[in-house]
Design a protein around this ligand. Structure first.
Ligand SMILES: Nc1ncnc2c1ncn2[C@@H]1O[C@H](COP(=O)(O)OP(=O)(O)OP(=O)(O)O)[C@@H](O)[C@H]1O
Ligand SMILES: [Mg+2]
Length: 414
């Protein structure tokens, strides 16, 4: 941690923000930082989504190598702080037991509710982060149970509080593993097991969307699997509550994982859209079924660009055992345009249930070339691969769609 200690600001405080860190590392002067912040404000006022690092590159104050070093140093600082002993051992009625893991917003501990005697998971937020009032309200005891996010497939948030200036969230403790671990252990998750997890998550999202909440960060790390094999979606609404509508944090880091992000989120769309969650569920399912994380080799920024414009290999090429139904569902979930994805949770659930029974998905029709998933993007293209027929050329979207629909029906009628 020598580098980070050397990177203290002049008043001795640790530099958490990108700009402060760049100054602390003597890459820019405070005066240059002030100019860059002013320029960034101007760019943002003009509607550009400019990160401070990028602005500094444009202004030739930093090169990309130095931007990476600043970001790396920030990460190191965060890890260092997470490993420091906390100044408190008990947060309200919750007594810390052990550290479980580390995420983008802070550290998660197993804690014991000293009043009730049960275990809870305590997310201790990083300095400078805080959840907004509407999020706290959602879990307050005054609101009706119907409004509250209580669902068997959602990790229930029990409450939030502040202790010695440190904000924490108490959540239901899930004794099990994250879906990320399952994928790492299984390499390629068996189809039915993966579809059952997706179905649990779809039910969780159905409940959240009904209450007007978009998750914005669906990914394998946020899906916890109990010992009984039930999937529970964690951190619902948390990223919005902490970071607001922007997809970027104040330090210019991306909210959510760039490997599972929807194209519209990658483009910086501020208006939350429940269909973004369907895309991220598709990317999660793609990872589970193929063992390949979407756009894993790309840098975070490139991964975001690739979700907007790039293609992923057809899942069947990576895992020949996959059913046509599973591939169609992933392709439909990962349609580039939100308007061409599933339009409701009920449609997603119906198709996942059908696939689990070995039946054809009814709502997965999609014109060729419209998904992030290569060839699997259109029923026509997929079928063409399995039957050796060429997909129709130059028929226009509707023609391709109708052709695709016919072929899906034909494929599953066999
Ligand atoms: N409710 C919970 N019960 C048990 N373990 C949990 C719970 N929530 C989180 N964890 C564990 O803590 C780790 C860190 O979680 P955290 O949510 O902070 O990070 P993340 O999901 O990787 O990233 P992000 O900050 O984007 O959500 C998880 O990987 C998981 O192992
Ligand atoms: Mg999480």
């Amino acid at each position: 941690m020598a580098e980070s200690q050397a990177a203290n600001t002049s008043d001795g405080a640790q530099p958490h923000r990108f700009g402060e860190m760049a100054v602390a590392l003597s890459y820019v002067t405070p005066e240059q930082l002030a100019r860059a912040l002013k320029r960034q404000d101007e760019l943002r006022a003009g509607g550009a989504r400019s990160r401070l690092g990028e602005t500094m590159v444009i202004m030739k104050l930093l090169d990309e190598e130095k931007v990476r070093k600043v970001l790396g140093e920030q990460r190191r600082l965060r890890l260092y702080e997470a490993n420091q002993k906390l100044p408190v051992e008990q947060f309200g009625e919750y007594k810390l037991v052990r550290r479980i893991g580390e995420g983008g917003m802070g550290t998660v501990y197993e804690a014991r509710d000293v009043l009730k005697g049960n275990s809870v998971a305590l997310k201790v937020l990083r300095k400078g982060l805080g959840v907004d009032k509407s999020y706290v309200h959602r879990f307050s005891r005054e609101i009706s149970a119907a409004e509250r996010l209580e669902h068997p497939n959602i990790v229930v948030t029990l409450g939030c509080g502040t202790m010695k200036g440190i904000q924490y969230l108490a959540m239901e403790y899930v004794d099990g593993e994250t879906f990320k671990t399952t994928i790492e252990l299984d390499k390629q998750v068996e189809e039915k097991k993966a579809l059952r997890v997706a179905l649990d998550v779809a039910r969780a999202l159905q409940h959240a969307h009904k209450l007007g909440l978009v998750h914005r960060d669906v990914k394998p790390e946020n899906v916890l699997i109990t010992k009984e094999g039930v999937a529970k979606l964690a951190d619902l609404g948390l990223s919005k509550s902490v970071y607001g509508d922007s997809q970027l944090t104040q330090t210019g880091e991306i909210v959510g994982s760039p490997n599972y992000i929807s194209p519209e989120q990658a483009k910086g769309q501020r208006e939350p859209d429940p269909r973004s969650d369907w895309y991220s569920l598709g990317a999660t399912l793609y990872h589970a079924l193929t063992g390949k994380q979407p756009f894993a080799a790309a840098s975070p920024l490139d991964a975001m660009m690739l979700h907007i414009k790039g293609k992923l290999a057809n899942p069947k090429e990576l895992n020949p055992k996959l059913s046509a139904a599973a591939v169609l569902i992933v392709a439909k979930l990962m349609a580039k345009e939100a308007g061409e994805r599933y339009q409701s949770a009920a449609e997603v659930i119906e198709d996942l249930e059908a696939a689990l029974k070995g039946e054809a998905p009814k709502n997965a029709a999609l014109a060729a070339g419209r998904s992030t998933v290569e060839n699997g993007s259109g029923a026509s293209a997929l079928t063409a691969q399995t039957t050796g027929t060429e997909p129709p050329q130059g028929k226009g979207c509707l023609g391709v769609l109708l052709f695709g629909l016919g072929l899906v029906a034909a494929l599953f009628a066999r």
